[in-house]
Design a protein around this ligand. Sequence first.
Ligand code: ZN
Length: 325
Amino acid sequence: MFEIKYCVLLLSLSLLVPYISTSDGDKSPFYQKCLQKCKNFNCTLDGEFTAEAAKQQELSAWLLVWKCEDECRYHCMWRTVQGYIERGYNIPKFHGKWPFRRILGVQEPASAFASVLNLWIHMKMYKRIITEFPLDDTPMIMFWHWFAWVCMNAWLWSAAFHARDTFFTEFMDYACALSMVMALLIAAIARITYLRGRVLGAGVVVLLALYYAAHARYLYSGRIDYDYNMKVNIFFGACGSALWLWWAARRWAAARYVWRLGAFTALSALFLAMELWDFAPRLGWDAHALWHLATAALPGLFYRFVIDDLRHLRQSRAKMDLKLP
Ligand SMILES: [Zn+2]
């Protein structure tokens, strides 16, 4: 009940918050003047490169669709950072992000690399599940197929967003990241209610899906309050973790393999604390990139728990079938 009330509150807030994120760096007069000058000099009125400026763009940047204003923002960002360093100020954020040196047009190379690593590990573990568990012979297997696809999709869009920050890749990254967090909560509900209480479980999942649709709509409005979005992710992540831990504690005596679930939940919380630390990049790695790098260790733990649990469910069903006349 508390959860439903909280969801309704979050949903109402999500429709009310008219907020656009700015940061110290992009608010500074130096950056603003630089941006205006750069655009006047290099961009046409409809935002395209002038013929002269187009010749100077790197091929990799052109391939990753860096538009004229994007290029101006990037170059003015670094000129502003230089000014801050020369005056002994702390490095500022720009439009909610730390400044990163792009590599081959990739805007945030460390986070993009770590996202691809996460995607690869999910694919590897998903292949193990496909190989071992046939569709017609394993309880809950279809659910885990869905779960793995939700996660792989989320990491794909995370990689796309960190490679190139556009309105659409940002929307997809934020919407798909929440889908992965909520999939973990739904997985807990599905597993807990698998033997008893499926109707109640299905009802809660429908409510979660409705909330998700409303939040995705809010994200698509383009007026994202990043702190609020983070709180939504933390709330659903905490709900999922609490449910999994409660279930694992109850199962511990009968099924020792749940230790991996406990380790997965504890490490997820620890790594998230690192993300919330939010320090400026060192050698191209900020807290967010390191968080993505650290989370690459998690799918191995979680999917190995899933594999053990699927084996357990299959054996339990085989025993029940033997008892039937
Ligand atoms: Zn990210």
